[in-house]
Write a protein that binds this ligand. Sequence first.
Ligand code: ADP
Ligand code: G6P
Length: 483
Amino acid sequence: MNKTIIVSNRLPLQVRIENDQIEVTPSVGGLATGLKSVHTEGNGLWVGWCGITEEELTPELETKISEAVTKAQCVSVNLTQRDLDHYYYGFSNRTLWPLFHYFIEYTEYNPESWDVYKSVNQKFADKVLEHVEEGDNIWIQDYQLLLVPAMVKAKRPDISIGFFNHIPFPSYEIFRTFPKRKELLEGMLGADLIGFHTYDYERHFLSSVKRILSMDVSFNKITYQNRIIKVDSFPMGIDYEKFESAALDHDKMAESEKSEIQKRLDQHLQNEEGIKMILSIDRMDYTKGIPNRIKAFEYFLRKYPQFQEKIRLIMLAVPSRSQVPQYQRLKQETDELVGRINGEYSTVSWTPIWYFYRALPFENLIDLYTSSDVALITPVRDGMNLVAKEYVATRTRQDGVLVLSEMAGASIEMNEALLINPFNFEEIADSIKQALEMPKAEQKQRMQALQNRVSRYSVKKWASEFMNSLNQVHKVYNVIEAE
Ligand code: ADP
Ligand code: G6P
């Protein structure tokens, strides 16, 4: 039976070693959480890194990890510490991530990291080639693996290859500044279908292909090495039913089944009558606009002092890429801002910001989503942003307001949210006020429209549309070959 091989830097499960034992936890981030539900349904295989370097492995640990990984229908690619330093922390997250998110001043170029990026991409390609069989599809994910499509295509031109970029693709004027611009595009063009979350990212990519590679691009098709490559946009969705049914179960929960966080939230809601919760959830990443959000929240407290002691910002940030200096500085800046604002505005019975810096289990995410009156999502640049969609899916009573940055890919499909420019503090403050004062009927009207759209285009639909399109492109390619 044919299978789909998903290839991504991170496997959907991450292994940690504690006292010579392995601990397996789910991966955080839109790519892993989104694709997991697709992978567990089919007869697929997932190739990626499990979170442990070769140096940390002993033969016993290797056996245990391999058992855990195989059980989850995954195959692990072994990386050394040097690989990790140059390929993951280096080229992927000090170079490509900032470049593609328009943080050109953060973009470093180190030739050694580029060499390691190439060799690690080859490791991933080799692992895929070991497992691929005739008739399989390969679906390669994201910026860490831009060269893998061409590496696999060189050895197996018969296999259909899809590539999906989960982050923005920058405009040509940004992309053209990068020394290895040509090599990156040629790597991606090994795929038969290249997908982006939005039409704008697709347009930027096609424009770079046209202008940097001087290639023939007609509408969204590229003719390259006697093949037709299709480029298209597929906005990624979430596992809507999973979030909706978790929220419904949450509503029915007996007191004894509630989590500590939920009990605490309930207590505060009861004690502090009328207090409203504003929620933000993201990885601790400079693209998420965390300092802007906190400053805008402070501006709101100053501009509308009548809301002091009546609202609270619950800010959940999950640690991410903490060896990269910009992430360390962001953490420090966030700690300082939260500390300063809490110090300045707190009263004996009220703290304006509750700040958690950790990953939380799914149940607690549901506690937070369902207990919040407003979700405040303010990235300065974001490929999609699944948190916005998850919030909507959990609002089973069709109340709550989403305040969303227009710089998130998700904003294209979420017009009924209060859309804001994350650099405009006044607009954010006014939108928070509008959200807090919005009549229930309007909340319902907006939420219903959002839910209709988000539920219709779920992650399963996203994946099946991508795979159907890949099969069609591949057929066309076969026809050209046959002619
Ligand atoms: P990104 O992919 O840039 O991290 P997304 O919003 O698209 O951003 O996806 C983030 C995913 O990670 C969501 O599915 C969200 O539920 C999950 N997540 C975010 N923060 C946490 C956290 N603190 N604990 C657990 N899961 C989290
Ligand atoms: C984003 C990227 C993913 C990445 C995730 C978490 O969603 O598009 O490729 O896996 O962030 O980041 P990390 O570096 O921890 O894998």
